[in-house]
Design a protein around this ligand. Structure first.
Ligand SMILES: Cc1cc2nc3c(=O)[nH]c(=O)nc-3n(C[C@H](O)[C@H](O)[C@H](O)COP(=O)(O)O)c2cc1C
Length: 174
């Protein structure tokens, strides 16, 4: 993996989020207290002069409780061939099964945060939480957004400062 400075990071953000998805992980590798889930809604940019990502997580997710207890998380992107694993990690809950073991993916230490990264990833973002807020349905300006919340389980949004970016040396074709 090659370390990439945030100012040199290039990506096709909508493609990465919407089509490739990320594996979001929060917790502590050393104590084994962590969980992962697939995410497809979020973004990259700059906030308060810092490189950051936005993620949105519904409170019902098991991963939510880890995000609340830990101050950091990682986002890992994988080659297309890992879609099956991401579907598993995005449809089963860590509350009821050891889905990470089941996926065959390998948790590895991150460089700067307690949350693990994954050996098979070809892009890893290590992030430290810097802000959260709950999406407010009264603020939805596009009426169709309400259809995304039949259970009214509105996402909690987190801003994470990007502390480290690593990419596989092989071209990722993004
Ligand atoms: C492609 C895809 C994208 C997803 N994106 C999100 C997301 O951005 N936010 C969210 O709360 N859940 C999202 N999910 C759902 C969670 O990944 C899913 O509910 C998962 O099983 C939660 O696992 P957990 O209970 O172990 O945390 C997505 C699922 C898939 C398959």
């Amino acid at each position: 993996m090659i370390h990439i400075e945030p100012s040199a990071f290039t990506a096709r953000p909508h493609h990465l989020w919407n089509e490739r998805w990320f594996l979001l992980t929060s917790g502590d590798l050393q104590s084994g207290d962590y969980n992962s889930m697939t995410v497809a809604w979020g973004g990259f940019g700059t906030m308060w002069g810092k490189p950051f990502v936005t993620i949105v997580v519904r409170p019902v997710r098991h991963t939510f409780s880890f995000l609340e207890r830990y101050d950091n998380f990682t986002l890992c992107s994988f080659k297309e061939s890992f879609k099956k694993e991401l579907v598993l990690l995005g449809s089963q809950s860590g509350r009821t099964m050891d889905k990470i073991k089941e996926s065959g993916l390998t948790p590895i230490p991150s460089m700067q945060v307690s949350s693990p990264s994954f050996r098979e990833a070809d892009l890893i973002l290590e992030c430290k939480k810097m802000y959260w807020d709950d999406l407010e349905p009264d603020h939805f300006l596009d009426e169709s957004i309400h259809e995304k919340y039949p259970e009214k389980d509105y996402h909690r949004m987190y801003f994470g400062e990007i502390l480290a970016i690593r990419e596989a040396a092989t071209a990722r074709g993004i």
